[in-house]
Design a binder for this molecule. Structure first.
Ligand SMILES: *Cc1c(COP(=O)(O)O)cnc(C)c1O
Length: 361
């Protein structure tokens, strides 16, 4: 069956490593002699508790999460964090700074405005989100309760190449589409969050890494389930966590370890992206809207000379086994999402396909 798999360039949910799917498949009806599937277990059972603890520890080790930080396995998607972050953090001064560099940071900004005085620290809307603002362009308020940004703009194909310096103001970062693609210095952040379905696990899990001292200052009307403290105190088990996804994350982390961990993955993902950008930059037909220096290694956006030719490209690519290359409706054109699980070979073949298309049209 596996030889019929396509190269799936979906932006999310997206590819998982084949070996991970195969291992999950092999264990699906009887997990390591327990006589049942991970999907059928009590989340409070000994067997599942081990899966949970192991996965948490593996993630802590891989991301080098320091003491004083808690890893939470939640539900509600990255989008729920758009509400959870302000509800829990804005009480400090009633103000927060947001960098609006794409669709998801804009949604987060709009949601946060319900709870306090939110300033746009920088926006890339003037150039249709084709660039990332520089440190000098950030208008930072030292009185802000937190500074918010989205590390990788999944739709526009731009990625922050630096961690903003915000002084003593804690940083909240949406890393949904580039977490685990490179080492990050967690100690520079107050909260890192990510929906799992791009680079970690199947949809249904949201990973939150939070500096513990930031929790416990929520607005008084914060729903119990949206209070970080509830989940910190109960180690993500106030209620049923997304058990299957946590198990799958554990398998993905084992696989990542085999790729050389985050350092290894950083080199792999960068060379994959570079290969595509080089081919696109030297083509006659294609251009990349994202400015050099702001380009994403995870989501490569590009377009041809006309919408008709874009459609032809997408349809011929699909027929050739490269699926989900149509760009987001906000942007048009094409987008190749090349997360960790996209094999190098898939990118090499796509690069060849782009070259041939460029020659023949
Ligand atoms: C996909 C995505 C989201 C939305 O995630 P959900 O889990 O569907 O809520 C938010 N932020 C970024 C950067 C994304 O790529």
């Amino acid at each position: 069956m596996s030889d019929k798999r396509v190269y799936n360039f979906s932006a999310g949910p997206s590819m998982l490593p084949l070996s991970v799917l195969e291992r999950a498949g092999a264990e699906i009806t009887n997990y390591q002699g327990s006589g049942m599937s991970v999907m059928e277990m009590s989340h409070r059972s000994k067997v599942f508790d081990k899966i949970f603890q192991d996965t948490q520890q593996k993630l802590r080790r891989m991301m080098n999460v320091p003491e004083g930080y808690k890893i939470l396995f939640l539900q509600g998607g990255a989008s729920m964090q758009f509400s959870m972050a302000p509800l829990n953090l804005i009480g400090k001064t009633g103000k927060a700074d947001y960098a609006v560099t794409g669709n998801f940071s804009n949604l987060a900004y709009k949601e946060a405005k319900k709870y306090g005085e939110i300033s746009v620290a920088a926006s890339s809307e003037d150039k249709n989100h084709t660039y990332i603002p520089t440190q000098d362009q950030l208008k930072l308020d030292p009185q802000a309760s937190y500074f918010y940004y989205c590390a990788n703009n999944t739709i526009y194909g731009t990625e922050w190449q630096y961690v903003p310096d915000t002084g003593d103001v804690p940083i909240v970062c949406d890393m949904s589409s580039d977490i685990l693609s490179r080492p990050v210095d967690v100690s520079k952040y107050g909260i890192i969050f990510a929906g799992a379905q791009k680079n970690m696990a199947p949809a249904g899990l949201t990973v939150v890494i939070i500096k513990e001292e930031l929790a416990g200052h929520e607005l008084p009307y914060t729903p119990l389930m949206l209070n970080y403290k509830t989940m910190i105190d109960k180690d993500s088990m106030y209620n049923t966590p997304p058990c299957w996804c946590i198990y799958m994350l554990g398998l993905v982390l084992d696989w990542l370890e085999e790729q050389g961990g985050l350092k290894g993955m950083e080199a792999i993902k960068h060379s994959k992206a570079q290969l595509l950008y080089d081919v696109l930059d030297s083509s006659r037909l294609f251009t990349c809207p994202a400015e050099k220096g702001s380009r994403s290694d995870m989501n490569v956006t590009f377009r041809s000379v006309s919408e008709e030719l874009d459609a032809k490209f997408v349809s011929e690519a699909t027929a050739a086994g490269f699926t989900n290359l149509k760009g987001h409706r906000n942007v048009g054109g094409m987008r190749a999402s090349i997360y960790n699980a996209m094999p190098v070979e898939g990118v090499e073949k796509l690069a060849e396909f782009i070259k041939a298309f460029d020659k023949n049209n």
